[in-house]
Write a protein that binds this ligand. Sequence first.
Ligand SMILES: NC(=O)c1ccc[n+]([C@@H]2O[C@H](COP(=O)([O-])OP(=O)(O)OC[C@H]3O[C@@H](n4cnc5c(N)ncnc54)[C@H](OP(=O)(O)O)[C@@H]3O)[C@@H](O)[C@H]2O)c1
Length: 280
Amino acid sequence: MILVTTAGKVGAEAARLLARRMEPVRLLVRNPQKATASTQPGVELVLGDLNARETIDAAMQGVSGVILVSPADPAHEIDVIDSAVRAGVSHIVKVTSKASADSPIARRRDQAAIEDRLIASGLGHTLLRNNAYMQNFLMLAPAIRKTSSFGSAAGDGRIGMIDSRDVAAVAAEIAASPASHTGKTYWPSGPAGLTYAEAAEELSKALGRTIDYRPLSFEEQKQDMIDAGLPAHIAQMNTQAVSLFARGDSDWVTDDVPSILGRPAGTFRQFVMDHSAVFA
Ligand SMILES: NC(=O)c1ccc[n+]([C@@H]2O[C@H](COP(=O)([O-])OP(=O)(O)OC[C@H]3O[C@@H](n4cnc5c(N)ncnc54)[C@H](OP(=O)(O)O)[C@@H]3O)[C@@H](O)[C@H]2O)c1
């Protein structure tokens, strides 16, 4: 049995893919109404909350592998790791980012603390240090729909953006067959680096109307995120990450997705086509 720890973009898709290949899979959800729509028969939904240790322990019964994905609160993820040790789990796939103990971004320091704890646990593990998700553009969709433009503090930085569905596919593949991936760190990315101006061109082509990109200052970007409903501390971390794009921080591409999945990574063009109704 493979436990997937949350039912967000990556977790729900990973659970769906595991069920499709007939792997026993359990998805921890705190809001089953949201999760049901994104899963399919074969996914066992278990009601829980990463804030409540007893629900993690209950979900961990009979589990051999875990896909550890969440908003990366160290208290939550470390509880999952400790629970997995107690339950005799053999392997954890950890969805992470450019983790670093001395990063200016709190989330990356948190990811580093979780990674350290996972490594110290002695459990078999694989780290997926993913590049930025294409799905971050879905947060810009309301502005694109309303104004045919979007702003960002990403400057002219090139980003090896990955479709989060590929992150899910890589996590599912490794969870189903961990042997050759144990102890490894991967850096999954999309197939090519893209600037936000180039992303605007792709959106224009797919939507049949001009979509403009407006460079924003740090403060303008942060305010935009707060106006879109993000809590201030999340807006701060996300704005820091976007501002680092401008300095080339995410200008990297690897062949981890094709080498693990045996097919090319999804393109930004495909991502936009698949979500055109959201942007139109
Ligand atoms: N976005 C990027 O560009 C990017 C890049 C690299 C790595 N990452 C990493 O990807 C991870 C996020 O994955 P994602 O995009 O799949 O997340 P997501 O789509 O934002 O979904 C988060 C999920 O976690 C659930 N959740 C939150 N708190 C919970 C709790 N206490 N108990 C149970 N469930 C809880 C949410 O449930 P509700 O629906 O009920 O809120 C939601 O289903 C983070 O570790 C991040 O660092 C992101």
